[in-house]
Design a protein around this ligand. Structure first.
Ligand code: ADP
Ligand code: MG
Length: 145
């Protein structure tokens, strides 16, 4: 699944799309997820993480910390930058080391640290379509969008 555009009609479908996409990811890959609160970014992360042997029930948006680390077959790092003031706060926290590091790095609210994202970052956009409908698009590299 190099690029994708489709509609999800349920939480399970969003997780399935995430899992299928996640199967192609390898250590060092970075995925930026853009979408409003409640769009389904965290459920998409659950799907990606499950493709690497992480129990999706253990996946939740980091709120009081910037990053969660799940130990799957390779490390899966999950960043939520919603509360981040600016890029320098991420650098001070040290969590920037997860970006392009020894595992897969999944970032919610990547807009907060755009300058730290590699050119090869995958971009996932999730748009709330009302009720349980979500339009999901996956772009192979952020620079192409
Ligand atoms: P985000 O991380 O973008 O804030 P979450 O994944 O935490 O979003 O939450 C998405 C919310 O929307 C959940 O309450 C979930 O049950 C609900 N939801 C309804 N339909 C869908 C769908 N098709 N895909 C993902 N989440 C959905
Ligand atoms: Mg979230």
């Amino acid at each position: 699944m190099k690029s994708f555009a489709g509609t999800s009609h349920s939480v399970d479908e969003t997780m399935r799309i995430g899992r299928t996409f996640g199967e192609q990811l390898v250590a060092g890959d970075v995925v930026a997820m853009i979408g409003d609160l409640g769009a389904g970014k965290t459920h998409f992360v659950k799907g990606i993480a499950s493709a690497h042997g992480v129990d999706p029930d253990t996946v939740s948006s980091p709120t009081f910390t910037i990053a969660h680390e799940y130990s799957g077959r390779i490390p899966v790092y999950h960043l939520d930058l919603y509360r981040l003031e600016d890029t320098s706060e991420l650098l001070r926290s040290g969590a920037d080391e997860y970006i392009g590091g020894d595992g897969i790095c999944l970032i919610e609210w990547p807009e907060k640290a755009e300058s730290l994202l590699p050119q090869s970052t995958f971009l996932v956009r999730i748009i709330h379509g009302g009720d349980d409908t979500r339009d999901i698009s996956i772009h192979p590299a952020i620079r192409d969008v």
